[in-house]
Design a protein around this ligand. Structure first.
Ligand SMILES: NC(=O)c1ccc[n+]([C@@H]2O[C@H](COP(=O)([O-])OP(=O)(O)OC[C@H]3O[C@@H](n4cnc5c(N)ncnc54)[C@H](O)[C@@H]3O)[C@@H](O)[C@H]2O)c1
Ligand SMILES: O=C(O)C(=O)C[C@@H](O)[C@H](O)[C@H](O)COP(=O)(O)O
Ligand SMILES: [Zn+2]
Length: 378
């Protein structure tokens, strides 16, 4: 049995959800301690690991060794957003039936946000629900998707439109596994880190803009730990206060109404990653707020400069995706936050000052998107 060694003791945060409260463990070398960390949630000692081909090839052996005292069944899916589909879901459920699982067994989602959302959704519906643990392996998943219990697949109407709120029993974030991430994926994850600064934490943004952003993109250990802890602390607080997004949880959607429309438009084939779309979407939220007189232009300029300095996707770099404002606006009409046929947007008063704006007319959004296109220049 692997012991949790004292010099390697993980940081522990808690998502305070009463009798469904759960820990988030963050630290180096945690994958090899997974056997001990999941033990309270796997009394039957039978575990289903849902993962993707890249993660399994790079880190599967470490997890298998850590779980040597368990009976493990592995379901390896192709990598990529296309797995968040009815077909991907059916394949995961099939693997659970074939493995003879029941509700006393544990499912482990071992991968990025795609695997977390897909496997979490499968766990929520398998025999009406089996327990699951998140072992996130991307920066995006460690700072955001593994926490909070949003699980979903996409369909032709849009992102995450079929899903459930279903909380994991624990989250185990091993920062060592991030060392194998391609730079493009690190940047995609960085967008969600930046989101926490922009939505409610000016000091965190200042740190990111000053030195934290560059250090994170270089996977500096101390910066990584700080950013994951800070992001998860904010997310855990918001989720504990508003698990089902009746109010303040919607702030975690900053930039996402625009982002999800861009993703649907691009197709879920890897052309535009979720985090890349969020990067552009957050800049749009700032610019929209400026156009409506809600936010000072200096704030939007500062956000734009930050994205440019780190070579992050931006309105300027993604101009070719903005050529059809009417279609993008139509896609935004399906967003889950909308009410009574009107769009809900997360807007900003300042850096760190996001708020929920309901009742936005389609035409306002379309006019705004039109104003961003190169063809609207005088
Ligand atoms: N549920 C939520 O709250 C929430 C929050 C944010 C995003 N999301 C969802 O998360 C998804 C995006 O997640 P993602 O960015 O992690 O993408 P992903 O899961 O597709 O992973 C990105 C890529 O990195 C590879 N990979 C994963 N871990 C690796 C590692 N350690 N080393 C090398 N390669 C590795 C994967 O195989 C994949 O090719 C989107 O579907 C988005 O909608 C959900
Ligand atoms: O956890 C949340 O709440 C979020 O909004 C986090 C987002 O980063 C994430 O992309 C989420 O999946 C989007 O939620 P959705 O409800 O707009 O599908
Ligand atoms: Zn997101």
């Amino acid at each position: 049995m692997n012991e949790v060694s004292p010099h390697n003791a993980p940081e522990k945060l808690t998502v305070e959800l009463g009798d469904r409260r759960y820990p988030i463990y963050i630290g180096e070398g945690l994958l090899s301690q997974a056997g001990n960390l999941i033990a309270p949630y796997a009394p039957s000692k039978k575990v289903a690991i849902i993962t993707d081909e890249n993660v399994w090839a790079l880190h599967g052996k470490t997890l298998e060794a850590a779980l040597s005292s368990y009976e493990t069944h592995v379901c390896v899916r192709p990598a990529g957003e296309a797995q968040k589909s009815f077909e991907g879901l059916e394949q995961v459920l099939e693997s659970l039936f074939k493995g003879g699982f029941d509700r006393s067994d544990l499912l482990i989602a071992f991968g990025g946000g795609v695997i977390g959302d897909l496997a979490g959704f499968a766990a929520s519906m398998f025999k009406r629900g089996m327990p699951f643990v998140q072992i996130p392996t991307t920066l995006l998943a460690q700072v955001d998707s593994s926490v909070g219990g949003k699980t979903a697949i996409n369909n032709r109407f849009g992102k995450n439109l079929v899903g459930a709120f279903y909380q994991p029993k624990a989250v185990i974030a091993d920062t060592d596994v991030l060392k194998t991430l391609p730079q493009r994926e690190i940047k995609a994850g960085y967008a969600e880190v930046l989101k926490y600064g922009l939505l409610g934490d000016r000091a965190f943004f200042d740190w990111l803009d000053d030195e934290g952003g560059e250090k994170l993109l270089a996977l500096d250990n101390a910066a990584l730990l700080k950013a994951i802890k800070q992001s998860c602390t904010t997310k855990a607080r918001i989720v504990a206060a508003d698990e089902h997004e009746k109010g303040q949880r919607a702030l975690l959607n900053l930039g996402h109404s625009f982002a999800h429309a861009l993703e649907l438009d691009a197709g879920y084939d890897g052309d535009l990653l979720h985090g890349e779309a969020v990067s552009v979407g957050m800049e749009m939220a700032f610019q929209y707020s400026v156009q409506k007189g809600l936010c000072d232009n200096d704030a939007a300029i500062r956000v734009g400069r930050h994205l440019e300095k780190l070579s992050m996707p931006s309105i300027a770099s993604e101009q070719t995706r903005l050529v059809d404002p009417k279609r993008l606006t139509h896609y935004m009409g399906q967003d889950k936050k909308n009410e009574s046929g009107l769009i809900t947007l997360i807007l900003v008063k300042s850096i760190g000052g996001a708020f929920v704006q309901k009742g936005v007319a389609d035409k306002d959004v379309e006019n705004f998107l039109t104003s961003l296109t190169a063809s609207s220049d005088p």
